[in-house]
Design a protein around this ligand. Sequence first.
Ligand SMILES: Cc1cc2nc3c(=O)[nH]c(=O)nc-3n(C[C@H](O)[C@H](O)[C@H](O)COP(=O)(O)O)c2cc1C
Length: 212
Amino acid sequence: MSGASGTPYAAAVVRGLLEAGEAVDLVVSRAARLTLLDETGIGFRDAHWRDDLREWLSRGADGKPFPFEGDLSDVRHWAAGDLAAGPSSGSYPVKGMLIVPASTACVAGVALGLSKDLLQRTASVTLKERRPLIVAVRETPLSGQTLRQLVALDEAGAVVLPASPAFYAGATHIQDLVDFVAGRVLDAAGVPHRLYRRWKGELGGSRTLGEG
Ligand SMILES: Cc1cc2nc3c(=O)[nH]c(=O)nc-3n(C[C@H](O)[C@H](O)[C@H](O)COP(=O)(O)O)c2cc1C
């Protein structure tokens, strides 16, 4: 998780991974702590990360309580400054990496292979090991520089997945829009979920939702 706006996307993805029975290695960049504080009021602490994570995952995108009873024993948290952490090595067993949300600074760092922190180092490792890397970039408008860096990521094998909600799935709440993006991230990673209503080939289907 890097420091772009969109912490509810990350919460929805983590919940989706846990629900699918996937173990999660969580890295929260320094800037992401700021966005988390800004968007949720939660200060993410290294020493109490499990409590802070549970509180965060138990909130919806609107800040209200969200039903989450997931087991966090399959989550490991690694400090972003810990460059000796497990995921910094290609020998550490992981299936892939999801950067949700991805800041343009993170996009630049990964495109250039900067490895300025654990998040960027892990992304470089993911690419060199030819594992799936999904980059949910969140910024608007995009500069030419970022666009070129996104092309570089695409050419390196990453999936560039803008945090760009669609409206054909019949969203009625902010959480529906968030879950659409989170669901597309999980789709790109091949993780099963039921976060959004899939397109069925019928125009106007979204308008019939909620009509019983
Ligand atoms: C409240 C807040 C919201 C931000 N939103 C965005 C954003 O949506 N997209 C973006 O690219 N950067 C955003 N930034 C700027 C990044 O946090 C900044 O570029 C930072 O260096 C990213 O570092 P990281 O990639 O290591 O997490 C935001 C910063 C703050 C404080």
